[in-house]
Write a protein that binds this ligand. Structure first.
Ligand code: DP6
Length: 339
């Protein structure tokens, strides 16, 4: 890939993805190697744009939504940059600007979009040619779920067997066009930062919950089933799998020591509403490590589902998306800070 913006400058964008079979637990926490496969839908909306430029400073610098990123978060970028320096032979430092379209506080898997875009922008800036698989594995070093935002569409992240992570990457097994009727409604009940980050939460549960091995086995079993449900556009089958994976994740978190509780009162009320609504419309929910549920339905029911949610809970915000995404080179123009 050529970098059209001058020496060591490149810009890319990517969107978040929402797992139907959750990634939770690492067999290697430096390389972000998962204990099991996972399956996700990549969003078609709300891209995060990342600009990487050569810096004059002694250290790499990352500005995320206008604020400097500090260690240990900075180390996530450092792992990717270290690998690119080794591959390119270039030693210069970089300045990275991460500009999400959605505030991080909405908790919509923002790191998956940011690290997917960063992997492409940084590799283009360092002039390192990468296949999509390599790029997915590179993004994984920043945040595991970012590996799935690289291919976009309907993606499966392979656990892999190798200790160096070379076979742990995500692949698109169906394009967004495969199931254009699928709609995701992210219901924002809280913009507070979550009490325990995913990274810390998954380490704590894997170390302290006796149920963790069962959860990992379940993911390994559900991932091929979710792929088959998506390939067959079998909504009811996907609904059963996705709800089971999300419920098991939250049940698992409760059995950690100390327990982790991501849901709020309003989350539970919304899950009750989902159970009511699915008697009359195709609908299921999923829930990441936070209080904001995501309702999945089929067009044209998304509008009536949104209406029902807002009628019962006028204080929530709904972000509506389809499936799409896939990391791409972007025009850096609008990302520059106003001078
Ligand atoms: C609940 O990818 O954020 O969203 O690899 O430590 O950065 P790190 O974790 P992260 O975890 C995402 C967890 C999840 C489930 C999922 O997206 O599969």
């Amino acid at each position: 890939m050529s970098a059209p913006y001058g020496p060591l400058t490149a810009c890319a964008e990517a969107t978040a993805n929402i797992a139907m079979v959750k990634y939770w637990g690492k067999r290697d926490s430096i390389l972000n190697l998962p204990v099991a496969d996972s399956v996700a839908l990549c969003l078609d909306s709300f891209p995060t744009r990342v600009l990487v430029t050569q810096a004059e400073t002694a250290q790499d610098e990352v500005i995320w939504s206008g604020r400097p990123v500090q260690p240990p978060q900075l180390g996530r970028f450092g792992r990717i940059l270290a690998l690119l320096r080794e591959r390119s032979g270039l030693r210069c430092t970089t300045r990275t600007e991460v500009r999400p379209q959605l505030p991080d506080a909405v908790g919509l898997a923002g790191s998956s979009a940011a690290f997917a875009a960063f992997a492409l922008a940084a590799s283009a800036a360092f002039r390192v040619e990468m296949s999509e698989r390599e790029l997915s594995a590179l993004a994984r070093l920043g945040s595991g779920s970012a590996s799935r935002s690289v291919p976009g569409g309907f993606a499966r992240w392979h656990r892999g067997q190798q200790a160096d992570g070379s076979d742990s990457f995500s692949e698109r097994f169906a394009s967004a066009l495969h199931w254009p009727e699928l709609r995701l409604l992210a219901v924002i009940v809280s913009r507070q930062p979550k009490p325990v980050s995913s990274t810390v939460g998954m380490i704590r549960t894997s170390r302290t919950s006796a149920l963790f091995p069962l959860f990992a086995d379940q993911c390994s079993r559900l991932a091929p089933e979710a792929q088959a449900a998506i390939e067959g556009r079998d909504f009811d089958r996907l609904a059963r799998i996705a709800e089971l994976s999300a419920q098991t994740l939250h049940g698992l978190c409760l059995t950690a020591s100390p327990p982790i509780l991501y849901v709020r009162q309003r989350t539970i009320e919304l899950l009750e509403l989902a159970c009511d609504l699915k008697r009359s419309v195709p609908l299921f929910f999923t829930l990441d490590a936070g209080p904001n549920p995501i309702f999945v339905t089929l067009a044209p029911h998304d509008l009536s589902v949104s209406r029902e949610i807002l009628q019962r809970f006028p204080d929530v915000e709904i972000l509506s998306c389809g499936v799409g995404g896939g990391v791409r080179v972007a025009d850096p123009g609008p990302i520059r800070s106003p001078s």
